[in-house]
Ligand binder design. Structure first.
Ligand SMILES: *[C@@H]1O[C@H](CO)[C@@H](O)[C@H](O)[C@H]1NC(C)=O
Ligand SMILES: *[C@@H]1O[C@H](CO)[C@@H](O)[C@H](O)[C@H]1NC(C)=O
Ligand SMILES: *[C@@H]1O[C@H](CO)[C@@H](O)[C@H](O)[C@H]1NC(C)=O
Ligand SMILES: *[C@@H]1O[C@H](CO)[C@@H](O)[C@H](O)[C@H]1NC(C)=O
Ligand SMILES: *[C@@H]1O[C@H](CO)[C@@H](O)[C@H](O)[C@H]1NC(C)=O
Ligand SMILES: *[C@@H]1O[C@H](CO)[C@@H](O)[C@H](O)[C@H]1NC(C)=O
Ligand SMILES: *[C@@H]1O[C@H](CO)[C@@H](O)[C@H](O)[C@H]1NC(C)=O
Ligand SMILES: *[C@@H]1O[C@H](CO)[C@@H](O)[C@H](O)[C@H]1NC(C)=O
Ligand SMILES: [Cu+2]
Length: 548
C-alpha cells in the first residue's frame, strides 16, 4: 500500500489551514414524495424539496453551518453522527438530551468546527424520524489521506420500509400480542435506490483502478453485509478512525456503522460481477431473505457476462461469497491512542421483555428509557450543585454521572436473541473484548495497548463486549442501540459528563431556548420542570413481567 511520506503531510496541512472555508447549508426540512423501491410511492422527509438530502462534503479545518428550518408538522433535529461536538454539546441534536427539538415553523442553526476526518452521517434524532428519509452521508477529508486511491464512491445502504416510522413504532409498542409488529422484509436501498432493478444501483469500474468505497449503514433496524463476487475488500476505516488494512471477502455493518474499503479493479473487462448489500436475516428473526440473491452490479463493460449467485432454494444462494462475522477487535488504528483504564465499571444487561404496561420494551438493566420533559443539558445548567444528583435528570433517562477525565468501562451483556449495535455520542469506544456470555469477563485477557476505536459497536446475541472511553468531553451524551426502533423501545441511557465543567463552559444558544418555549417545554429545572429535588410523579415504571 502506498503511503505518503511525512514531509508531505506537514506541507499539505499548512496548505489546508490556508484553505479552511465555511460550508453553509440552508436546509428547509420538508415532506416530499418518492418511490425508492421502484414500487411504492410514499411520503418521505427531504431537504429543499429534494429527496434524498444531498451528500455533505467538508474538509478538516472547515466550519460547518446548517441552518435548519422545520417545515414539517412535528419537531425535528439534526445529529452529526460520529462528530464529538467537543465544546458544542448543544449542537449534538439529541432531542431530550441536548435540545427540545426544532418546532414546526421553527429554526435552529447548527455550527461546528470540523476537526475529524472520515465517513460520518447527518440524521434526525427526533424519535425514529430518520427512517422516513432525513439522513445523508457527511464526508470529511483530511489534508492528506493515509491511503492512496484513484476514485471514491459513497454507498449509503439501508433497509427501507414502505411504512411511516410512527406506524412501525406504534405497532412495535402495541399492548396486544395480536397487533404487535410481525417481522417483515424491508427493501435494500443503495444511495436511496433499489428494489427489483439491480441496474439502478450499478457501479462502474475501470480496469486497474483502485476504489475507495465508503459504506454507510443508515438503517433503522437490521444488519447489512456487503461484498463483491470475486473481489476482496481492504478495510481501512471504521466510523471515522483510519486503520491498518484488514483484508476480508465481505463486511457486516450494523445500523449506524460505517467503513471504508479499498477495492482494486480487475485488469480486464471480461466479466461484470454482482455485489451484495444484503439484509442479514439473523437480526430479523422469521424474515425471509431478500427476493434477489444480490443487490447490484459492478460493471466493467456493458455487455460482459455477469458473475452472479443463483438462488438454490429457501434462504440459500450459490455464491463465491463467504460471510464470516466481521470482527473489528483485531483492527489496528493508525493513530495510536492508549486504552483508558477502569475508574468506573458500568455493567449493563440488555434485555427485551413484556413489561407490566403490556408492551414489549427493551432496556439496559430493566430501566426502559423515556425522554424527560426538560432536556438533560438544560437541567444540568440550571440545577447548580444538584446536577450531581442523578435523580434530577429523571429516573427513566438512566442518568450515569461521570467525573471529569475519569476512565469508564461499559460492560454490555446482550442476553437477547438479537444482535444490537450500540452507539455513543461525544466519544469513540475503545473496543477491549467481545465474547460469548458464558465466558467470565473477569477472566479476560488484558486489553491490547492501542485498541481499535469506533462510535458504534455490534454486540451479537448472547455475547458481551467491554468498551472504554475517557470522560474528556463535558456534556450530555446518549448511549443507545442504533436500531432506532429499539431506542424507541427504551434501549438507551444518558451520560452526564462533568456537571460543573458543563456549567462553567456552556452558553446555550438563544435559539435553543426559544425552540423549547415554542414547544411549551420549561427552560429550567429538573426533568419534571420543577426546582431542585422536587420530583414528585417522576415515572419509574413500567417493569418487566416475571417469566418474560
Ligand atoms: C407554519 O406556517 C404556516 C405558513 O405561515 C402556517 O400555515 C402554519 O399554520 C404554521 N404552523 C405552525 C405549527 O405554526
Ligand atoms: C471554531 O473555530 C474558531 C476559529 O478558530 C474559534 O473561534 C471557535 O471558538 C471554534 N469553535 C468551537 C466550538 O470550538
Ligand atoms: C440490467 O442490464 C443488463 C445489461 O444491460 C440487462 O441485460 C438486464 O436485463 C438489466 N436488468 C434489468 C432488471 O433491467
Ligand atoms: C444495517 O444494519 C441493520 C441493523 O443493524 C441490518 O439489519 C442491515 O442488514 C444492515 N445493512 C447493511 C447493508 O449492512
Ligand atoms: C454453484 O455455482 C458453481 C459455479 O458457478 C456451479 O459450478 C455449481 O453447479 C453451482 N451449484 C448449484 C447447486 O447451483
Ligand atoms: C431484569 O428483570 C428480569 C425479570 O424480572 C430478571 O430476571 C433480571 O435479573 C433483571 N435484570 C437486572 C439486571 O436487574
Ligand atoms: C475535547 O477537547 C479537550 C480540550 O481540547 C480535549 O482534551 C479532549 O480530549 C477532547 N475530547 C474529545 C472526545 O474530543
Ligand atoms: C467553575 O468556575 C468557578 C468560578 O470561576 C471556579 O471557581 C470553579 O473551579 C470552576 N469549576 C470547574 C469544575 O471548572
Ligand atoms: Cu437493538
Amino acid at each position: 500500500m502506498l503511503r505518503l511520506a511525512c514531509y508531505c503531510c506537514v506541507a499539505l496541512s499548512v496548505m489546508l489551514l490556508a484553505a479552511a472555508k465555511p460550508v453553509v447549508l440552508d436546509w428547509d426540512i420538508m415532506y416530499t414524495s418518492a418511490k425508492p423501491d421502484g414500487k411504492n410511492e410514499r411520503r418521505v422527509i427531504g431537504v429543499n424539496g429534494q429527496w434524498p438530502p444531498p451528500v455533505v462534503y467538508v474538509d478538516v479545518g472547515d466550519t460547518l453551518t446548517i441552518n435548519a428550518n422545520n417545515k414539517l408538522d412535528e419537531p425535528t433535529s439534526l445529529h452529526t453522527h460520529g462528530l464529538f461536538q467537543n465544546g458544542t454539546n448543544y449542537y449534538d441534536g439529541a432531542v431530550g438530551a441536548t435540545e427540545c427539538g426544532i418546532p414546526p415553523n421553527g429554526s435552529y442553526t447548527y455550527r461546528m468546527n470540523i476537526t475529524q476526518s472520515g465517513t460520518f452521517w447527518i440524521h434526525s434524532h427526533y424519535l425514529a424520524q430518520y427512517v422516513d428519509g432525513l439522513r445523508t452521508p457527511l464526508i470529511s477529508r483530511p489534508a492528506v489521506e493515509h491511503y492512496k486511491y484513484d476514485e471514491e464512491v459513497v454507498l449509503m445502504l439501508e433497509a427501507w420500509y414502505n411504512r411511516n416510522s410512527h406506524d412501525i413504532n406504534d405497532q412495535l409498542l402495541s399492548t396486544s400480542e395480536a397487533t404487535r409488529l410481525k417481522p417483515f422484509l424491508p427493501t435494500t436501498l443503495v444511495n436511496s435506490r433499489g428494489g427489483p432493478d439491480v441496474n439502478a444501483t450499478k457501479l462502474s469500474f475501470t480496469p486497474g483502478k483502485k476504489y475507495r468505497l465508503r459504506l454507510l449503514n443508515v438503517s433503522g433496524t437490521g444488519m447489512i453485509r456487503f461484498g463483491i463476487e470475486n473481489h476482496m475488500l481492504d478495510v481501512i476505516e471504521l466510523d471515522g478512525v483510519d486503520s491498518e488494512i484488514k483484508t476480508v471477502p465481505s463486511i457486516q455493518l450494523s445500523a449506524g456503522q460505517r467503513a471504508s474499503v479499498l477495492v482494486t479493479a480487475k485488469n480486464n473487462v471480461d466479466y461484470n460481477y454482482a455485489y451484495h448489500a444484503d439484509i442479514y436475516t439473523d437480526m430479523q428473526a422469521g424474515v425471509e431473505r431478500a427476493e434477489l440473491p444480490y443487490t447490484g452490479v459492478v460493471e466493467y463493460a456493458p455487455h460482459a457476462p455477469l458473475i452472479a449467485p443463483t438462488a438454490i432454494g429457501h434462504n440459500k444462494i450459490n455464491t463465491t461469497m463467504t460471510w464470516d462475522f466481521f470482527d473489528d477487535i483485531d483492527m489496528v488504528p493508525i493513530e495510536k491512542l492508549p486504552a483508558p483504564g477502569v475508574n468506573k465499571w458500568l455493567p449493563v444487561e440488555v434485555r427485551t421483555a413484556i413489561y407490566d404496561d403490556r408492551k414489549e420494551h427493551m432496556a439496559f438493566n430493566n430501566r426502559t428509557y423515556a425522554p424527560p420533559l426538560v432536556p438533560s443539558l438544560i437541567t444540568a445548567l440550571t440545577s447548580g450543585y444538584q446536577g450531581w444528583y442523578p435523580d434530577v435528570y429523571g429516573y427513566k433517562t438512566y442518568p450515569v454521572i461521570l467525573d471529569h477525565l475519569e476512565d469508564v468501562e461499559v460492560a454490555i451483556f446482550n442476553t437477547d436473541t438479537n444482535s444490537h449495535p450500540f452507539h455513543i455520542h461525544g466519544h469513540n469506544f475503545f473496543i477491549i473484548v467481545r465474547g460469548t456470555i458464558d465466558k467470565n469477563p473477569k477472566n479476560r485477557k488484558e486489553a491490547v495497548q492501542f485498541p481499535m476505536r469506533r462510535d458504534t459497536i455490534t454486540v451479537p446475541a448472547q455475547s458481551y463486549a467491554l468498551v472504554r472511553f475517557k470522560a474528556d468531553n463535558p456534556g450530555i451524551w446518549m448511549m443507545h442501540c442504533h436500531m432506532q426502533f429499539h431506542n424507541e423501545q427504551g434501549l438507551a441511557l444518558t451520560f452526564i459528563e462533568a456537571p460543573f465543567q458543563i456549567i462553567n463552559d456552556t452558553k446555550l444558544p438563544d435559539q435553543l431556548l426559544k425552540n423549547c418555549a415554542a414547544l411549551g417545554i420549561p427552560t429550567s429545572g429538573n426533568a419534571m420542570g420543577r426546582k431542585g429535588l422536587d420530583l414528585a410523579n417522576d415515572p419509574h415504571g413500567p417493569y418487566p413481567l416475571a417469566g418474560f
